[in-house]
Structure formats: C-alpha cells, structure tokens
Design a protein around this ligand. Structure first.
Ligand SMILES: Cc1cc2nc3c(=O)[nH]c(=O)nc-3n(C[C@H](O)[C@H](O)[C@H](O)COP(=O)(O)O)c2cc1C
Length: 227
C-alpha cells in the first residue's frame, strides 16, 4: 500500500473554489434529477475536518475558535442553499463518532454552536449520525444519548441514524425528537425494507464481507419478499 501523503492546509482561494464546487455539484445533482443534496459534514469528511480540533490546526479565520472552525461548514451550507434552494438541502453530522481520527476538545460546545448557527438557515433536515457501537466513546465525551443531547437543539426536521432496528427506530420516533430514521445496512440487505417493517416480516441479515466493496454481489442480489 502507498504511504498516505501528509495533508496540507488549503489556501484561501482553494477554500473559495471548493465551496463553489459544492454549489456546482448540488446544481448538477438537481439537474440530473436528484430530489436534493445532503452535505456530508460527518465521519471525517472535509467539513468535519475543518470543524474538529484534531484535524484543524489553522491559525486564520478558518481555525482557532469554534466559530472559525465552523465557518467552512456554514459557508458551504449557505452556498448550497443559494445554489438549489433550502428545500433541497440537508446536512449530516456525527458529533461523537470518532471515525478517521476526528476528535473535539468539547464536542458539546462545538455542536451547540454549529447547530444554533444552522438553526438560523433555511434548509430542510439535519441527519444526526450517532457514534457507531464499533467505535469507543472518547473518555472526555458526554455519556448520554446523542439524540437527547444534540437532537433536541436542532430546529429543522431531525433524522436519526446508526444501528437502528425496526423496534429501536420506532421507539426513537415515539420519543418525539427525531422525525425520521435513516437505515443503512438494513436497507442494503432488504431492498423492500418498508414492506418488511410494515408486515413485521423476517429480515435478510447484512453480509458484512461484501458490504464495503467487491463486485455487485451483496449490492443487488438480496432477495425480496415473495410478491
Ligand atoms: C455499504 C455501506 C457503505 C457506507 N459508506 C459510507 C461512506 O462512504 N461514508 C460515510 O460517511 N458513511 C458510509 N456509510 C454509513 C451510512 O451513511 C449510514 O450512516 C449508516 O449506514 C447508518 O447506520 P446503519 O447501517 O447501522 O443503519 C455506509 C454504510 C453502508 C451500509
């Protein structure tokens, strides 16, 4: 395997260009027939690299304070909204998921700021991706339920995600903080998932070895319920 390159700081013109690229990508997606776009600001993707204390060591207006670290995400969101309209824009965040070495000194302070700023913008939904149980909770992170802690701050439609089952998804909706549940691996393994939930039918189990790569096997060949 090739060694990773050491990342370098983006220059300000590059940041402006990348924000313009996000807007262009959103326009392209809508022109191609997508209903909308979701800014991936979770899981160590670029917006979360700007937001985090572990990845962002900048000393300019995009680094240092929480407001500076959140600037990139908020500028991209404004650009997306301007490009395609807030009715076609959402964002995915993962406050406590430490994937890709992402860590915050004070995730509650960072995400309280970010969510409060997002609350001022006119767009459609926030998807809150909870920490995957396969990753440890960092020792200084809050122990409570992420939907309780962060979801309650969100004024947009809230989508909750990560490791939900039919039952835990239903229980989450009953709590009244999240309005929608995002299913990933269960949906991949069950192309007719809504129907199976409706009928309380048995589910195909996701096949872990083929989930994240390889060929079409494990992507297009899970069986449907008999008609
Ligand atoms: C096959 C597969 C590939 C995924 N790829 C990515 C990815 O490239 N980047 C990412 O941030 N999340 C990825 N996810 C996570 C999903 O976006 C989603 O957050 C997650 O699947 C929801 O949790 P669940 O699978 O437990 O329902 C992937 C999930 C699956 C099942």
């Amino acid at each position: 395997m090739k060694e990773y390159e050491t990342p370098r700081e983006l220059a300000l013109p590059e940041i402006r260009q990348i924000i313009a690229n996000y807007a262009q990508a959103a326009q392209n997606a809508v022109a191609a027939g997508f209903d909308g776009v979701e800014l991936h600001a979770a899981n160590g993707y670029l917006p979360q690299q700007f937001l985090s204390d572990s990845a962002n060591h900048r000393a300019d207006e995009y680094g240092g304070s929480i407001a500076n670290k959140a600037r990139f995400t908020l500028e991209v969101m404004r650009a997306l909204i301007a490009a395609v309209g807030g009715g076609k824009v959402g964002i995915k965040i993962s406050p406590l998921h430490p994937y890709a070495g992402i860590a915050f000194d004070d995730p509650l302070a960072t995400y309280t700021y970010l969510i409060n700023e997002l609350n001022q913008l006119d767009f459609t939904f926030v998807e809150l991706m909870k920490r995957s149980p396969m990753f440890p909770l960092l020792p200084h992170y809050p122990q409570g339920d992420e939907i309780e802690i962060f979801g309650k701050l969100v004024s947009h439609t809230l989508v909750a995600g990560t490791a939900y089952t039919r039952e835990s998804g239903e229980a989450e909706l009953q709590k009244g903080i999240a309005s929608l549940i995002a299913y990933g691996s269960l949906f991949l393994a069950n192309p007719d998932l809504p129907r199976r939930f409706e009928q309380n039918a048995a589910l195909n189990a996701p096949d872990r070895p083929t989930l994240f790569g390889g060929g079409e096997h494990g992507y297009i060949d899970y069986p449907f319920l008999p008609a």
